[in-house]
Design a protein around this ligand. Structure first.
Ligand code: ATP
Ligand code: MG
Length: 460
């Protein structure tokens, strides 16, 4: 924590010298320090800013490092060999440290973004760029608006972030009502930061979050999707969803999850997801989203699957919640993965039975979707304390099959996240191998492959 913050002047900026805070150059990636030094050698001021400064002052490991500078993007580009300008009107520079690691370098922004003003149909000012003071004012929360100068290891505070860090308070910069109305996504960020950092929102922020919550309906769907993924991966997803409920925002954003009857089970699953995250596990998106939505799915199909096959359950989920998935901007392949993961739970919960079972389970466990379905099943078992025996059964089965499979490397064990499954599930042939426990039905004529089901059908 910050060691000495007792003597506060009200005038900003507050410049905290190296010996009065815990953040040291040693905790910063040397390549990032070199980028900062090079910008300075080019004649421009440059600072670390945002989440990395906040996290380092709190003694946490930052997710990534962001730099703010007075150099314009083109000036930054001239300083580095591997630098690419990105974003609307090339306002940001990505400076690469290696093939896939880069630091975002942003030029100080004006307090009012002329593009945003223009979008709102108002008169646009000329300059998108501004001073460091202006840059500090346009950020979302005081604790996200601290600057670290690596030249002398001072921390610079223009908005009261140091005081709020010490008080564990999340406070908007300026009037929270106005800031949340300008960008309602900030309310979701507030819920996440409070959970992640174990902070409380200021009284005014809490009030404004509640009153502005309905505005989230107008927020950009892509940004909301990104925020959702950030929540599910942040290690504090349970607390974030609890905060969103407290702010009255969950029902506005994801109304399907609003009914209270879902919440306890949801919290239990998210707690498992968070524990796994704390151990460094990076769960695939389809497992994370299934953890969020599983109660809706289970209610729609019945946890025992009713009399339907899991392929029928897959189709039911895909269609019944298709509109919600589109609103959530889930890519089609990802949505298939999610429905597949959820529909397979009914088989995982009830192994055995039916005369074709042996043949079926082999195919089921060898399918490209099996490992992600198992991953979610593990979460479900840990969250509910139920089906532990069935989980042990499938682990044993997968283990013995795995040994057999090892000698056949062509068979994939998991769906790669960014590509199509190597073995494409075949929807039209799936039912042939499903065990038919009770009656013997005459084989139905083959259905035509549905048009809207390109690669992601559900097969055993
Ligand atoms: P995380 O640990 O999640 O990365 P972060 O604070 O670094 O937290 P980012 O989304 O990476 O969050 O944003 C970097 C910085 O940009 C923030 O710290 C904040 O200063 C600013 N920022 C991000 N989103 C907004 C927003 N909607 N409004 C104003 N400022 C924002
Ligand atoms: Mg960040």
């Amino acid at each position: 924590m910050i060691s000495v913050l007792s003597i506060f002047r009200k005038q900003y900026p507050i410049v905290l010298p190296a010996e009065r805070h815990v953040m040291s150059r040693g905790s910063i990636d040397p390549e990032v320090l070199e980028i900062l030094a090079r910008i300075r050698r080019g004649g421009y001021k440059a600072y670390l800013v945002g989440g990395c400064v906040r996290d380092l002052l709190l003694g946490k490991k930052p997710k990534d490092f962001d730099i703010a500078t007075e150099a314009r993007p083109r000036q930054v580009k001239q300083l580095f060999r591997r630098c690419y300008l990105i974003g609307r009107r090339f306002r940001l520079a990505h400076v690469y440290m290696s093939r896939d690691r880069f630091v975002e370098v942003a030029t100080f922004r004006a307090a009012v973004d002329p593009q945003e003003v223009q979008d709102a149909g108002r008169y646009a000012a000329n300059n998108v760029f501004g001073s460091i003071e202006e840059d500090a004012q346009r950020r979302d929360f005081t604790v996200n608006s601290l600057y670290f100068n690596s030249a002398d290891s001072t921390v610079i505070d223009y908005t009261g972030g140091l005081r709020d860090l010490e008080k564990k308070l999340l406070r908007s910069i300026g009037d929270p009502e106005t800031r949340f109305a300008d960008d309602p996504v900030r309310i979701i960020r507030a819920a996440r930061f409070c959970a992640q950092l174990d902070f409380q929102p200021s009284g005014a922020d809490l009030k404004a979050a509640k009153s502005c919550a309905p505005l989230i309906r107008e927020a950009n769907d892509q940004r909301l999707r990104e925020e959702l993924f950030k929540i599910l991966r942040c290690g504090a997803s349970e607390g974030t969803i609890r905060n969103l409920i407290r702010f009255g925002l969950l029902g506005e954003w994801l109304p399907e999850l609003a009914p209270k009857r879902y919440h306890e089970a949801l919290f239990a699953r998210l707690a498992v997801v968070d524990r796994r995250r704390a151990k460094g596990e990076d769960l695939p998106v389809c497992v994370l989203v299934t953890a969020l939505l599983y109660d809706l799915f289970a209610e729609a199909t019945g946890t025992d699957g009713g009399r339907q096959s899991f392929q029928e359950a897959f189709m039911l989920l895909k269609e019944r919640f298709g509109e919600m998935a589109a609103k959530m901007r889930l890519p089609r392949q990802e949505w298939d993965n999610i429905c597949n993961t959820a529909a397979r739970q009914m088989i995982l919960m009830r192994p055995g039975g039916g005369k074709n079972w042996k043949r079926f389970e082999k195919k089921f466990a060898g399918n490209a979707y099996f490992s992600q379905a198992m991953l979610f099943f593990e979460i479900l078992v840990e969250a509910t304390g139920e089906h532990a025996e069935q989980l042990a059964y499938w682990r044993r089965f997968a283990h013995t099959q795995g040994e057999a499979v090892d000698s056949k490397p062509a068979r994939p064990e998991a769906v790669r996240r960014d590509r199509e499954p190597v073995v494409k599930p075949r929807a039209d042939s799936a039912d042939e191998d499903a065990p038919k426990p009770k009656r013997r039905r005459p084989r139905r004529p083959r259905k035509k492959r549905p048009q809207e089901q390109p690669s992601g059908g559900a097969s055993a």
